[in-house]
Design a protein around this ligand. Structure first.
Ligand code: NAG
Ligand code: NAG
Ligand code: NAG
Ligand code: NAG
Ligand code: NAG
Ligand code: NAG
Ligand code: NAG
Ligand code: NAG
Ligand code: NAG
Ligand code: NAG
Length: 626
């Protein structure tokens, strides 16, 4: 009997917990849906009622066990309307709300005061108007308030000093008038009231801020005669009623009754949470360099808008990108590539294009073609931005780095990851990706820049081809002798003349690079010529990367792949095979590989180095390339 009671209580309380979690997120989902259905917006958001809010909804961030929505960030998505009351204010656990750089109008959304956990509120660069609320009181945790670039008028309410935890206050570029109250907030360390219509004397307590914080007003620096007695910092402010409280209390009582069951659940949840935490804990690295000091572009104009492609649940705007801490990943022929860490610990890759040779419309058309390609072997373009001074493309960040980095990285530290299986997978995947690209735009799209540093392994270990479609629209600036020129087909004198046949050539070079482990151009020696000469002298075995000689029974496949690579890198464009044909040949090789070695699916290879091939004898012949 006792055991049944126990089991029953465990099941019962489990059910209640799930109901409670589900109910909370249900509530938040409904609130968000109600919000978005009532605010017209130009970028479509993937807020699908049936998809999980914490993982699939653009701009929504939850806590690690997915029971609370903590952050909502919708910058620059073209929200154009009033914030409907009683929508966002129902996200009771919200800590950060950013609706920056939209077209929102109407009065200050006072119902957000019920969000008592709010830590940062970004409403800048919208069209809000009317007075600021007269009683700021319930945001005890609010640290950052940015209301700049709006049309707020009236005076600055003195109750703002009730925001006792405020560190940053930006009210610049509004229509605020009247005297500046002596808001005595000791924690405040950033203030900007510039470009309003404020007048009168500057309160003594604000003298600590630089004068640029007040420029564009009519303020006199005669220190105010005697500061008004400061309001006592509010404490014991009653928390705004939250509707879920009664249920929570009830739940608590019930759970108290079956403490044992609760213990089991708690353990389960801890295990669950700690797993999730570990999952989320990667790449929190903050690299030191800035893409650009933030010369704020006028985000009010449509010019500042980033175009996102379907399926992206990223949410950021130009300001985010320019402000993100960024690290240069590489400088290529067409672009400088940065790894950019955004505010919400999302990392993206930003390509900053050099000189574009086409107009805005043509550029956008090309981006539409490239951005709508969805294939497991093509790195998706997530977003792009075009203005007179700045052309940006945004991609996913791949943690493993490029194939080039793996192959030629410092000390070859990552080379061991490139076992034979992986190289085969990379070659087949890249070939499929390129073949797919060649079918786009009515069969007219050219990649134009195939090289090992543009091929990545994604999280599913698929090879992904990146950086496509730029050759025809960007003026290349790099000097001719770079590693990249080793990939260029002999007939291509100007990168804008790249063709599908020259893509095949570049792919051939990539294949040879993966087989030999050598750069396509080292000290002026061209890899294709070198491979041809070695093979002609029938020293074929010496062509291969020493690293590959560890793996048993693959020499036949290596030789076949060598033949594919050489066929692709044929001098005469007409003699090169077409990409679909290349895919077929490579898949045949891979099929043989998996049939021969069924046990070694995956990455076990190399533990039994039985050399069935003569090791390279004459080191001298290859030294030119080492
Ligand atoms: C959620 O997103 C993942 C990956 O983006 C996708 O595979 C999955 O189908 C989505 N789930 C729903 C219910 O839309
Ligand atoms: C202003 O404060 C009073 C008392 O603290 C409160 O009753 C009222 O609802 C507040 N007004 C707003 C708009 O929050
Ligand atoms: C105010 O900020 C301090 C330090 O930033 C923090 O310790 C404190 O908990 C905050 N107070 C509230 C009410 O959030
Ligand atoms: C507030 O927003 C404006 C406009 O986006 C920006 O220029 C300013 O730096 C922001 N203020 C702070 C303190 O971040
Ligand atoms: C603020 O602007 C509104 C119109 O947007 C106007 O009706 C109101 O009088 C203004 N208030 C002040 C104090 O200027
Ligand atoms: C700050 O809050 C307290 C308590 O709500 C209120 O009595 C006081 O008037 C507020 N201060 C200002 C300057 O509005
Ligand atoms: C600025 O304030 C003065 C009074 O202080 C007023 O006469 C003037 O109209 C205001 N200007 C704007 C643009 O609101
Ligand atoms: C305040 O904002 C203005 C306009 O963006 C800027 O020129 C000034 O440097 C800012 N001052 C401070 C202290 O941030
Ligand atoms: C600036 O304020 C002073 C008084 O404080 C006033 O005499 C003057 O007209 C104001 N100037 C402008 C441009 O509003
Ligand atoms: C500001 O407040 C602190 C304590 O909160 C007080 O000691 C100080 O005198 C106040 N300053 C002014 C100018 O009111």
């Amino acid at each position: 009997m006792g055991i049944w009671m126990f089991i029953f209580s465990v099941i019962f309380s489990l059910g209640l917990i799930f109901l409670q979690c589900y109910a909370d997120l249900y509530e938040e989902k409904q609130a968000l849906l109600e919000f978005i259905r009532n605010v017209p917006h130009s970028r479509s958001l993937n807020w699908d009622e049936n998809s999980p809010i914490c993982t699939n909804w653009t701009g929504v961030t939850c806590n690690s066990d997915h029971t609370k929505v903590l952050i909502l960030r919708l910058p620059g998505v073209g929200l154009d309307g009033k914030i409907p009351p009683n929508t966002l204010s129902r996200l009771s656990n919200l800590q950060i709300l950013s609706l920056r750089s939209n077209l929102l109008f109407g009065p200050f959304p006072s119902d957000l005061f019920s969000l008592i956990n709010l830590n940062a509120l970004y409403l800048q660069s919208n069209k809000f108007s009317g007075p600021l609320p007269t009683n700021f009181s319930s945001w005890e945790k609010l640290a950052i308030l940015n209301l700049s670039y709006n049309h707020f008028n009236g005076s600055i309410p003195s109750s703002i000093s009730n925001l006792t935890n405020l560190t940053t206050l930006d009210l610049s570029y509004n229509l605020l008038s009247g005297k500046i109250p002596d808001f005595n907030i000791t924690s405040l360390n950033f203030l900007n009231l510039s470009y309003n219509n404020l007048s009168g004397n500057l309160p003594r307590d604000l003298l600590r801020f630089p004068s640029s914080a007040f420029s564009g007003n009519n303020i006199s620096y005669n220190v105010a005669p005697s500061p008004a007695p400061s309001p006592a910092p509010s404490s014991g402010q009653p928390a705004k009623g939250s509707t879920g409280l009664g249920e929570t209390a009830l739940l608590g009582i019930i759970l108290g009754g079956c403490a044992l069951g609760f213990l089991v659940i708690a353990v389960l949840m801890i295990v669950c949470c700690s797993n999730k935490g570990a999952e989320n804990g990667d790449n929190a690295v903050k690299p030191p360099k800035k893409v650009k000091s933030s010369k704020t572009p006028d985000s009010q104009t449509d010019n500042g808008r980033i175009t996102f492609f379907e399926g992206s649940n990223l949410a950021f705007d130009l300001e985010d990108l320019l402000r993100a801490s960024a690290e240069v990943l590489g400088k290529g022929m067409f672009a400088t590539t940065y790894k950019a860490a955004l505010e919400d610990s999302i990392t993206v890759v930003v390509k900053r294009l050099k000189e574009v040779s086409v107009g805005k419309r043509e550029f956008e058309q090309q981006m539409e073609i490239v951005g709508n390609i969805r294939h497991e072997n093509v790195a998706p373009l997530r977003a792009y931005y075009y203005s007179k001074d700045e052309k940006l493309m945004v991609y996913d960040y791949f943690r493993h780095g490029s194939i080039s980095a793996m192959l030629h990285g410092k000390l070859g530290e990552n080379k061991t990851q490139l076992d034979w299986e992986t190289r085969l997978r990379v070659v087949v995947g890249a070939a499929r990706g390129i073949a797919h690209i060649h079918t786009e735009n009515g069969g007219a799209l050219v990649h134009g820049n195939i090289k090992a540093s543009n091929i990545f392994l994604n999280s599913q270990q698929h090879a992904c081809v990146s950086d496509l479609g730029l050759a025809t629209i960007v003026i290349p600036l790099a000097p001719p002798v770079t590693r990249a020129s080793g990939y260029r087909a002999p007939e291509v004198t100007d990168s804008r003349k790249a063709s599908q046949a020259s893509d095949v050539y570049s792919f051939g070079v990539l294949v040879l690079e993966l087989l030999t482990g050598k750069s396509p151009l080292t000290e002026g020696v061209n890899l294709v010529k070198w491979v041809n000469s070695v093979v002609r002298e029938e020293w074929t075995a010496e062509v291969f990367d020493v690293e590959l000689l560890k793996y048993p029974n693959i020499e036949e496949q290596m030789v076949e792949m060598l033949q594919v690579g050489m066929a692709c890198a044929a001098r005469v464009p007409d003699q090169r095979p077409k990409m679909p044909e290349v895919v077929r040949m490579l898949e045949d090789i891979r099929r043989v590989n998996t049939e021969n070695r069924p046990s070694s699916e995956g990455k076990s290879g190399g533990s039994t180095p039985t050399l069935s091939m003569p090791p390279p004898i004459e080191i001298g012949s290859t030294s030119a390339l080492q």
